[in-house]
Design a protein. Structure first.
Length: 229
């Protein structure tokens, strides 16, 4: 039987990580976990419980409520992907809304939130055969992952892709709003004290600016084959 490895995919917001991770997971029959969805789920909980004031998390309050947050992924046959559940409620669509995007990077700076989610993510990966995407997957969650990819793309192309995605879902926003949120999140994600987004020295860089989805998948698949060979 073929060895089932761990694949870590990190990179900036909206560079196509999740799309690539999802299609590679489907092709090689691996589990795909979108770790950003988990940070978004915690953020939605905090927003609903007034644990964020004027864009700033009330950290002490957030910590008091952490044990009430139960996150899980459940397969949705209609979309052929896993949806995020927050305390048994399907929140997959809600966590993608711009107001959650506007708050999530601040929630992701809280050490105890990260510890809780990293712990859950590591448990999901104990058996291998998993592709996880995020910001700290190759550096913190799975530092021994056999294959690490660092995905990137220009700011303009990333903002355009995210804008098109939101518009196609009927969500009201502007290109500038999406662009500004993306730059602000990159800044926070890369400069926070707790597990900032970094490109580890053993990661292979994939710049998706000029690549089609098929070309990205081909490249990642070749790297996977080389790794298991
Ligand atoms: O991948 P995404 O845009 O859905 O991630 C949402 C936010 O969560 C992002 O701004 C940074 C944070 N995040 C993180 O800090 N660590 C991860 N492993 C995944 C996401």
């Amino acid at each position: 039987m073929q060895k089932r490895i761990t694949i870590a995919i990190d990179g900036h917001s909206s560079c196509g990580k999740s799309t690539l991770a999802k299609s590679l997971a489907k092709k090689i029959n691996y589990i795909f976990i979108d770790s950003g969805a988990m940070y978004r789920g915690v953020t939605l909980f905090c927003m609903r419980n007034q644990l964020i004031e004027n864009g700033t998390p009330l950290t002490v309050e957030v910590l008091k409520h952490l044990s009430e947050i139960n996150l899980s992924f459940r397969y949705n046959p209609k979309t052929d992907k896993a949806d995020l559940f927050l305390n048994d409620e399907n929140v997959e669509e809600l966590i993608r809304l711009p107001d959650v995007a506007a708050n999530v990077s601040k929630i992701a700076t809280i050490k105890e939130v990260r510890q809780k989610l990293v712990d859950e993510q590591q448990k999901m990966g104990v058996k291998g055969g998993i592709i996880m995407d995020g910001r700290d997957i190759g550096s913190v969650v799975f530092p021994s992952a056999e294959l690490k990819l660092f995905v990137t793309a220009s700011n303009e192309i990333r903002a355009q892709r995210r804008f098109d995605e939101l518009v196609s879902k009927g969500i009201q926003t502007t290109f500038q709003e999406v662009y500004d949120n993306l730059v602000q999140r990159d800044e926070l994600d890369s400069n926070r004290t707790e597990s900032p987004l970094i490109q580890t020295s053993d990661a292979v860089v994939i710049d998706t600016t000029l690549l089609t989805r098929e070309e990205q998948l081909d490249l990642a698949y070749q790297l996977y084959q080389k790794t298991i060979a």
